[in-house]
Every structure is written in C-alpha cells, then in structure tokens.
Design a protein around this ligand. Structure first.
Ligand code: DQQ
Length: 534
C-alpha cells in the first residue's frame, strides 16, 4: 500500500503489514535474538491476537518467521496475549503467556519450543495441562495478565509476578513454582500502589549499582537495586521505580516513596507502552523493548495497512552518578548503520534564531548534540517553572533551545527536541527535556502534544542529547539516557529528500553554542526469512 509509505521506518522493527502491539518473550538462543510480538495477522487494528515472531543476529536487521502461536485452544481462544520467556540453567526455555479464554477470562498458559536444537525456535508446543493459573480469589477475571520472566529465590523456587488490581490499587501478585506447571500464590504482593489502577506488563529485574554490565534476572546479592515497572492501563504509560528487593519475603520497597511505581519516573515520556526487558547473555547486558503506538486514527491505520513499531532496543543500566534513575541507551549495534558523518563545532545560535545544519536529507540520522549556554546578562526574568508545558514557542530567559527535526525547508512542519531551564523554588536551576509535536504535521486527524520531563544535569556536564531520526519516529535521549522521549510523527511535507535539520534558540537571555556530530543512517534489512532455502 503506497498510502503514507513515507511513514514507514527504515531501521525500526515493524511487521510488513497489519497491527502490532506489545513485545513478547524476548530471548537469545543459539546465536539468534528472538522477538515475539502481539500481532493481528488480518488487520491494522487490534484483535485476533497472535504471536508474531522475528529473529536477528544483531537486534537491528530482522527476519520475519511464521507466527509462533495462534489462538486455537479454549484457553487462548480470544487471544494469545503478552508473556515472557525464562531460560532455565539447563538451557530449557519456558514461555508463560496470558490467554484470553473462550469465556473472556484471563489465564496463564505455558508453552515451550518443540525442538530446542532449532536455533530459529519455529515450533511452539502449548502444555497439555493449560491453563497453569486462573484468577485467584478476589481477583476479577479480566484483571490478571502478563506474567514476567521467572527469577530463582534463595529457597530454590522460581518466582513469577503478575499484574492486577484490587479496586483502584495496582498490585503485583507473586507465585512460586519448581516446575512452571504448578504454582503457589504468596499471601502478600510484591508491591501495591493505591490509585494506579490495573498493572499490565509488569517487569522486575536487578541492576548493578557500580557495574557496567547487565544482570541475569535471577542475580542476587549485595550491590544491586531492583527496577519494578508497571504499564498503567488507565493512562497507557510505563512507570518504574528503583528499590530494594527482600528475597526472604518477596517484597520490594522503593528508594524514594515520592517516586513509587505509577507516581514518579517513566521509561519514556513520549509515545511508548507495554515494554519488557530481557538479559542478553551474549553481551552481558539487559535490553529493553517498547511498543511505539500510533497517534493517528484507526481509519488512517486501516488505510495505510499497518500500525505501530518497536523502539530500537535499549540497554538499561543504573545511573550511579545520580543514584536516582536508570540510563537507557540504544544498543551499540545500531551504530553499524552509520554512514558518513558531519561535524559542527561551536555553532552560535543567538536568541530568537534558527540555524540550518547543512547535511542534506535528514530522514535517517543519528545525532549527538552538546549545548553550552552563555548568559547575555540582559534578561534575568526566568519567570515560573512551567516544565515543558509552554512548548518550543514560549520564550523564557533560559530556553527553549535545541533541534528542529523532521522539518521541511520552509518550516511548515517541524518537531522541536529541546532543553528548557527554569529556576526552581529552592533557588536551583532545573532542566527539562521536551519534544513539541504540535507542528509536526499538516494532517489534522493526528493527536499531537508536548512531551517531556525534568532531566538531572550535573555540575560539570553540558546539555547533551542523542536523537535517532527515522522518517516518522524520533527517539531522543538526554544526558546519556536519563530522560527519554519517543515521538511518533506524521509529516506530509518533511518527507524523503525534502526533510531538513535545524538548530533553534528561543531563549531570550542566553546565546547557545552547539557542537554536533551527525551520521546519516543506512536502512536495516527487515524481510521474511527465506525458509524455503534452508
Ligand atoms: N496488551 C496485551 C495484554 C496486555 C496489553 C493484549 C498491554 O496482555 O495487558 O494485546 O498493551
């Protein structure tokens, strides 16, 4: 379908056609990264949910495989919903997923590869004793879904946590098991947060406080913190918090109660949901996948014949400089797509000005930009701290300044990715990292908004961002990945060779000096696996 064909991305994972949502059961097996995903094989809107399947050797180039699981049993008749993989110490792979039954009850099912020696894991067997878990007493039949990867406790039993809610309190139930077929529900939850509603796609994993590698989900001992993430059904936002896990009683306590799950930090302040991590033993790292959902209409999606993408996979580490957040960073393999680069050194951007970065076509880019500000001393009025709310056009003393991506020459379409500094009530400077999508398209049926949040900037640091541009996706990382924003935009003019890149400074009281390195990016190879040739 040629309709909106310029909105297809060149190096983000998306199916050839139709609807995709959550990433499922990511794992590494015999040299291949496996990605499964919620997929409607028949239409570009949600429904008839199966598990699509693709493999990659580098997390960037992908080969589509046949559907891994389809709704063909009473216990998943209305959908093979989200699930997670657990790789056991002996190499066995356990897949737990939610089935929406013929009666619309959410149950947990077990599946496993028919043939572990197949690197492609083409065939999946659903366990004959399914379902292995039904909603426990006190849990509504439609509030019980998305089992996590298992982790091994000190007693030699595996734990799995499953999101739910009781009234408006989001909770994470914990089950123990030795065989993944029979389970015991613990009498207390891993964690509960009032007011947060249904927790979907819970994720729970350790991060190393001082290490530079990721950790297996079952790692334990000193020097660890644990990330608890919930995808909040009420708001469709992924929230996380860092905390301490007490394995003796399977509870988790947030480091900062004011930033508890569902209250404080988010993985991504843009268009992003239903994320999931896995441990990559190949490169000793924890990798995060996330679903980029659409902001156009279902009618548009049906017309264009597809909907949704996955982010570039990101490594996750604890930020031991701030101690308060994780760091997300695109996997290093994305750098293999880099072509020629252009450097700009100390480009002066005066208040109220726009400077074009002459790199030619700007549809597929990897941009590193550092900004330094120099006070003009003339304007001390920084007024109130409105965060990102004013967008890229509301001028204050110390911002906004940054990049205009996916822009056309006349600036009839543009997406500003920028910093905005503000004096906070305690007298310190606060920095916000924002994306303003309100002028990203001339299309009127699209929902565009301003995204963003605060980002910690330490004393000796410049304001720095990395931005991956890919036709209709912009993934923006501030200060090494402390704050991340994914934008889904729908340009109609800023497409293909007409796309340009600019710097802007809408601050009134500072000059900005920008130093950049910008790579043109190659397209990734994302095609069906030539199974008939093997
Ligand atoms: N998507 C799945 C559910 C999950 C939701 C169904 C989150 O398992 O809770 O497609 O996007």
């Amino acid at each position: 379908n040629a309709m909106f064909s310029w909105q297809r991305t060149a190096y983000h994972f998306q199916p050839e056609e139709n609807w995709m949502n959550d990433p499922d059961g990511p794992l590494y097996h015999k040299g291949w990264y496996h990605l499964f995903y919620q997929y409607n094989p028949d239409s570009a809107v949600w429904g008839n949910i199966t598990w699509g399947h693709a493999v990659s050797v580098d997390l960037i180039h992908w080969l589509y495989l046949p559907l891994a699981m389809v709704p063909d049993k009473w216990y998943d008749w209305n959908g093979v919903w989200t699930g997670s993989a657990t790789v056991l110490p002996d190499g066995q792979i356990v897949m737990l997923y939610t089935g929406d039954t013929d009666n619309y009850v959410q149950v947990q099912n077990l599946a496993y590869p028919a043939n572990l020696s197949d690197p492609l894991l083409l065939d999946w067997v659903k366990y004959s004793g399914n379902p292995v878990l039904i909603p426990p007493t006190g849990i509504a039949p439609k509030d019980f879904r998305d089992p996590t990867t298992g982790w091994l406790g000190p007693d030699g039993k595996w734990r799995v946590t499953i999101g739910s809610k009781v009234n408006k309190t989001g909770i994470s139930l914990v089950y123990t098991t030795t065989n993944f077929t029979t389970y015991e529900l613990l009498d207390h939850v891993l964690h509960a947060v009032p007011g947060t509603g249904m927790w979907e796609c819970v994720d729970f994993y350790p991060v190393s406080i001082n290490g530079t590698t990721g950790l297996d989900t079952s790692a334990n001992g000193p020097g660890l913190k644990y990330v608890l993430k919930a995808s909040l059904d009420d708001t469709k936002l992924d929230h996380y918090a860092l905390g301490t896990y007490f394995s003796e009683n399977d509870t988790w306590i947030p480091d900062n109660p004011a930033e508890d799950v569902g209250i404080g930090l988010r993985y991504d302040y843009g268009r992003y949901y239903a994320s999931k991590t896995f441990y990559d033993p190949n490169k000793e790292r924890r990798i995060l996948w996330g679903w980029i959902n659409e902001t156009d209409t279902e009618t548009d999606d049906l017309e264009k014949g597809w909907a949704s993408l996955q982010t570039i996979p990101r490594t996750v580490l604890f930020d031991n400089k701030t101690g308060t957040n994780i760091l997300q960073w695109p996997v290093e393999e994305v750098e293999s797509l880099r072509l020629n680069s252009t450097d700009f050194d100390g480009v002066l951007v005066e208040p109220g000005s726009i400077v074009e970065l002459d790199i030619g076509t700007a549809t597929q880019l990897d941009i590193f930009a550092d900004f330094e500000i120099e006070s003009l001393g003339s304007d001390e009025n920084n007024e109130t701290d409105g965060g990102c709310n004013g967008g890229a056009v509301e001028r204050r003393s110390l911002g906004p300044f940054g990049l205009l991506v996916i822009a056309d020459q006349t600036l009839s379409e543009l997406t500003p990715i920028y910093f905005r500094l503000a004096n906070s009530s305690d007298g310190n400077l606060k920095t916000y990292f924002c994306a303003d999508e309100r002028r990203s398209t001339k299309a009127t049926s699209v929902f565009n908004q301003i995204y963003g949040s605060e980002v910690p900037v330490l004393d000796d640091e410049k304001y720095s961002m990395r931005v991956l541009v890919d036709h209709s996706i912009v993934e923006s990382f501030a200060q090494g990945g402390r704050t991340v924003i994914t934008s889904r935009v729908y340009p109609t003019e800023a497409i293909y060779g007409a796309t340009r890149l600019f710097l802007f400074n809408n601050a009134t009281g500072v000059n900005v000096k920008a130093t950049l390195k910008i790579w043109q990016m190659n397209s990734a190879f994302i095609h069906p696996f030539p199974l008939d040739q093997i």
